[in-house]
Design a binder for this molecule. Structure first.
Ligand code: PLP
Length: 418
């Protein structure tokens, strides 16, 4: 697929080939990752890259946009259909850009926003002090109950009464359980706040109908289109019809410039693909595999945060094993299993060290790994944790990983060669 680059710029070609090789031979378990279908790869680099357009279908600032109108309108129609949404905006560039679009649509500087704490599962764009928007809006945070490690809705309601936020945000990047969107929408309504659900991590599971959808309950639903959605590196926003005009203005001209029609074409493909039985079967397996991994790791004396999982994420507390997230992440990387260190709720360790790791099941489920292989992975993880700094142990684990993943090709053979 990158045959021209191979001839004209071997240096770049070699780097891309090395990355393909890395993905092919590693067990990728970063929860925000997935494998984009070949069609998404093609479309992300298609001739729409050459077309500049701003505005919305039928009301563009540039001539020659009639074909562009067709692809954007198709993506919008497919998004509305697959998610059962009243309105969709397909112009945002990513999950982050989707959140900025909603903020631009409904917030003024100084407005209060209530979101989930970053160290308990929230996201940088939900008011982290290191994100520039923390200087613009007044972010306040809710968290999880120390006992259940699930969202403390009673506390959330109290905080909503106390702070009277303009916006409440549900959703995060390391929360392994279902969220009660209905309850959150009731709390938001009573407090006079909008509810935005950021479903960046779970959009694929929602599209496939494998977990409950936030769409009926939220004023706005933002998302990335990577992660479980398995699409291009981009984003989308859904909303109620009554907010449609306001949202579209918040996105353009409120927060972006010309649109990326190439990724809109790729998103249009993905929005059809996520409605197919093939995709649904993969998403069902993702959840089955995640539950299996949680169970298998627990059997090896790892502590699973919140006691289990309802989605693609398993959050593991490593303290019982006497190792840190950083050490475990690095040891697993050496054996060819890619995960990321992650804060656990009320983590005594720093964000650079952490007491936990976050494990995602999307990529391996797409490659066809099932429960039996997941149990093997848990065994390798346990062996790594038993002696994470012993080279002989890691060599032995690496051989096992390589043998396991070699049976499940990333892409059909030769897809990138012709
Ligand atoms: C990943 C993520 C984002 C950002 O998405 P990008 O596409 O990486 O910009 C936003 N919100 C949540 C909850 C996420 O997990």
């Amino acid at each position: 697929m990158i045959k021209n680059t191979r001839i004209s710029d071997p240096e770049v070609y070699e780097i891309v080939a090395a990355e393909l090789n890395r993905q092919e031979h590693n067990i990728e378990m970063i929860a925000s990752e997935s494998t984009a279908p070949l069609e998404v790869m093609e479309l992300s680099g298609c001739v729409f890259t050459n077309k500049t357009t701003e505005g919305y279908p039928g009301a563009r600032f540039q001539a020659g946009s009639q074909v562009a109108d067709r692809i954007e309108s198709l993506a919008i129609a497919r998004a509305k259909k697959v998610f059962g949404a009243e309105h969709a905006n397909m112009q945002v560039y990513s999950g982050s850009s989707a959140n900025y679009g909603v903020y631009a649509a409904i917030l003024s500087p100084g407005d209060t926003v209530l979101s989930m704490r970053l160290d308990q599962g929230g996201h940088l764009t939900h008011g982290s002090p290191v994100n520039f928007l923390s200087k613009v809006y007044n972010f306040r945070f809710y968290g999880v109950d120390p006992q259940t490690e699930q969202i403390d809705y009673e506390m959330l309601e109290k905080l909503a009464w106390e702070y009277k936020p303009r916006l409440i945000i549900a959703g995060g990047s390391s929360y392994p359980r279902l969220i009660d969107y209905k309850l959150m929408s009731e709390i938001a309504k009573k407090a006079g706040a909008y509810l935005m659900v950021d479903m960046a991590h779970v959009a694929g599971l929602v599209a496939a109908g494998v977990i409950p959808s936030p769409v009926p309950h939220a004023d706005f639903v933002s998302s990335s289109t990577t992660k479980t959605f398995c699409g291009p590196r981009s984003g989308l926003i859904l909303c109620k019809a009554e907010h449609a005009k306001m949202l579209d203005k918040g996105v353009f001209p409120g927060s972006i410039g010309s649109i990326h029609l190439n990724t809109i074409a790729a998103k249009a493909f993905s929005l059809r693909y996520v409605g197919t039985p093939e995709f649904r079967a993969i998403m069902e397996q993702v959840v089955v595999n995640a539950k299996k991994l949680a169970e298998a790791l627990a059997r090896h004396e790892f502590r699973i945060v919140s006691g289990g999982t309802d989605n693609h994420i398993v959050l593991v507390d490593l303290r019982r094993k006497g190792i840190t997230g950083k050490l475990f992440q690095n040891a697993l990387e050496k054996v060819g299993i890619t995960v990321n260190k992650n804060m656990i709720p009320f983590d005594p360790a720093s964000p650079f060290v952490t007491s936990g790791v976050r494990i995602g099941l999307t990529s391996i489920s797409q490659r066809g790994l099932k429960e039996a292989e997941v149990v093997e992975i848990a065994e390798i993880m346990n062996q790594v944790a038993s002696a994470p700094e012993d080279p002989a142990n890691l060599d032995d684990c690496k051989a096992k990983t390589e043998m396991l993943i070699a049976r499940f090709p990333l892409y059909p053979a030769r897809s990138f060669d012709d």
